[in-house]
Design a protein around this ligand. Structure first.
Ligand code: PHE
Length: 339
């Protein structure tokens, strides 16, 4: 019987060692250790053994069972480890591969120019305000001293929603809206945003951006206007820039002036950019008309003010040397990526 047990152990351990799957191990366990298994079959013969042999054989059988169980457990563990290894090898991630590049965008040239302009005026003590793009006839024209049927309306034609509402043609309505809000306090604001006109060519687009400036206080003079605009021109176009004021006309300023900067390309000597004049026109300005102050609730005897308005696209075109304003709106990435 000992021989039988030894033979069984040898055979069983060999089979376990050769097994390649959990199912195989399970059926080996049933085959050797199960209730109807081979070990049980051998032990059935115990009855024929002499009495003193039985406990010895019983102990041998128990030890054999333990060793087989251990062998099975070891094999299960080693199969599991091998499976894990195989999985790890199959799922290996090569962390040295280059990653997927995400396209990184950047500010549009108009936004960038607008923020540049705003930051300069913030530094000069102005606050930034915004207002509606759909404006009333009153704020866009009437309150700015441009009555209905006045020929000055021809300077700016717009897109109308009926007789009372239109897309604002400039940011100047924000002069009046801000003064109505702040009166009787002093005012130092810039108003930036989109404006609309019935224009369309290489230097005019039906939609464009303006920055409006307004300062109202006791004793504000044309010298203050000139000082602020000189500081602005030098901040955005270089410390050597000079400005000049040319007489002009706007219904809401008196006197009115176009402001030129000395050409940054030729330094004022005359070149193709400034068409030989040495000067580049950058904005319209003037002293706030007394009637506009009055309509906005200020007493023109007590306070005075200056105002200016500039086109953001025009500043960007000059600063970055663009030949056609429409590049800014056609969203061609080859153009936009340059800035
Ligand atoms: N609103 C004027 C325009 O769009 C510019 C301007 C603003 C002129 C403020 C004088 C004062 O042409």
């Amino acid at each position: 019987m000992r021989d039988q047990l030894q033979a069984l152990e040898k055979q069983a351990l060999q089979a376990v060692g050769a097994a390649t799957s959990l199912e195989e191990l399970n059926s080996l366990r049933v085959r050797y250790l199960g209730k109807k298994g081979e070990l049980t079959a051998i032990l059935r013969g115990m009855a024929q053994l002499p009495g003193e042999e039985r406990p010895i054989i019983g102990q041998l059988a128990n030890e054999l069972r333990d060793r087989l169980e251990q062998g099975l457990a070891d094999k299960i563990a080693s199969l599991a480890a091998a499976a894990k290894q195989a999985q790890l090898a199959a799922e290996e991630i090569d962390i040295t591969l280059p990653g997927k590049a995400f396209p990184v965008g950047h500010q549009h040239l108009i936004t960038r120019t607008l923020e540049e302009i705003q930051n300069i005026f913030l530094g000069l003590g102005f606050n930034v305000v915004t207002g509606p793009e759909v404006e009333t006839d009153y704020y866009n024209f009437e309150a700015l001293n441009v009555p209905a049927d006045h020929p000055a309306r021809d300077m700016q034609d717009s897109f109308y929603f009926g007789p009372e509402l239109l897309l604002r043609t400039h940011t100047s309505p924000m002069q009046v809206r801000t003064m109505e809000q702040l009166r009787p306090k002093p005012v130092r604001i810039i108003a930036a945003g989109r404006v609309y006109r019935r224009d369309d060519d290489a230097t005019h687009s039906p939609m464009f951006h303006q920055v409006e400036g307004l300062a109202v206080d006791a004793n504000i003079t044309l010298a203050d206007l000139k000082g602020v605009l000189l500081a602005f021109a030098q901040a955005i176009f270089g410390a050597e820039r000079q400005i000049r004021l040319r007489p002009s006309f706007f219904p809401f300023t008196e006197p009115s002036a176009e402001v030129d900067i000395s050409c940054f390309l030729c330094g004022g000597a005359g070149c193709s950019l400034c068409k030989g004049s040495g000067w580049l026109e950058i904005l319209g300005s003037g002293m706030v008309h007394p009637r506009v102050l009055q309509l906005s609730g200020y007493d023109p005897e007590q306070v005075s003010g200056f105002a200016f308005g500039m086109g953001v696209e025009r500043i960007a075109m000059l600063k970055y040397g663009l030949d056609d304003l429409r590049h800014l709106f056609t969203n061609d990435m080859r153009f936009l990526r340059q800035f």
